[in-house]
Design a binder for this molecule. Structure first.
Ligand SMILES: Nc1ncnc2c1ncn2[C@@H]1O[C@H](COP(=O)(O)OP(=O)(O)OP(=O)(O)O)[C@@H](O)[C@H]1O
Ligand SMILES: [Mg+2]
Length: 185
């Protein structure tokens, strides 16, 4: 039926536009991250920001986000907006590339070390080493353009921090883990 074909075409165009808009958003984030400026003038407590971001993801993926926060403040010179972009990319990755049947663990400890961990197939070392390059992707069923880790890495570098990527995740035989020390600057 012509009507059905039309509806299909419209849905496909809508989907293509959505992906283009996500892609251009990520390209802008990358350009900004690579331009530097990930440091702010004064230290800010990043705990409430992480709590808010985790709540947003929990609303989108109920039951899949396990958050553990420190008792005290984690003050950092990392710009709060840059931190939000970085951590959103890590959590988004863990939810979409990780095993659907396991929770994503987000842990910020008293020393300011942030870890985002998920289950799922191990990423081989030779692929892991390339993931922070723009447009690099390992085996995954999820959609994406390979920019999230390039953005996260550029923000971390711009603030003088090191983003560590591990697979398997610490203490496991599988999974993936991203780690960043927020209090090191
Ligand atoms: N938490 C994770 N668990 C397993 N694999 C991951 C994880 N994070 C990233 N990866 C692998 O690294 C690749 C690169 O991640 P990156 O965030 O740069 O791109 P993407 O998520 O594929 O796309 P985009 O972020 O642009 O939407 C992913 O395609 C996936 O193969
Ligand atoms: Mg991503």
């Amino acid at each position: 039926m012509p009507d059905d074909y039309l509806k299909n075409d419209v849905a496909e165009i809508e989907e293509a536009l959505r992906s283009l808009s996500v892609l251009s958003g990520k390209l802008l984030e990358l350009a900004k991250a690579e331009g530097g400026g990930a440091l702010s003038q004064s230290q800010q407590d990043l705990v409430p920001i992480l709590a808010m971001i985790a709540r947003d993801f929990e609303a989108q993926a109920p039951g899949r986000v396990v958050l553990s926060l420190p008792e005290r403040e984690v003050n950092s010179f990392l710009d709060p907006d840059a931190f939000a972009i970085l951590v959103r990319n890590l959590i988004e990755n863990a939810l979409k590339h990780g095993s659907r049947s396991e929770p994503v663990k987000i842990n910020l400890n008293d020393n300011g070390v942030l870890r985002v961990c998920n289950g799922g197939a191990r990423v081989p070392p030779e692929q892991l080493a390339l993931l922070r390059n723009r447009f690099a992707r390992a085996k995954t069923d999820a959609a994406g353009s390979g920019l999230g880790l390039a953005i996260a890495d550029a923000i971390a570098k711009g603030a003088g921090m090191t983003l560590h990527l591990r697979s398997p995740a610490t203490g496991r035989q599988d999974g993936f883990e991203a780690e960043l020390n927020l209090a090191c600057i």
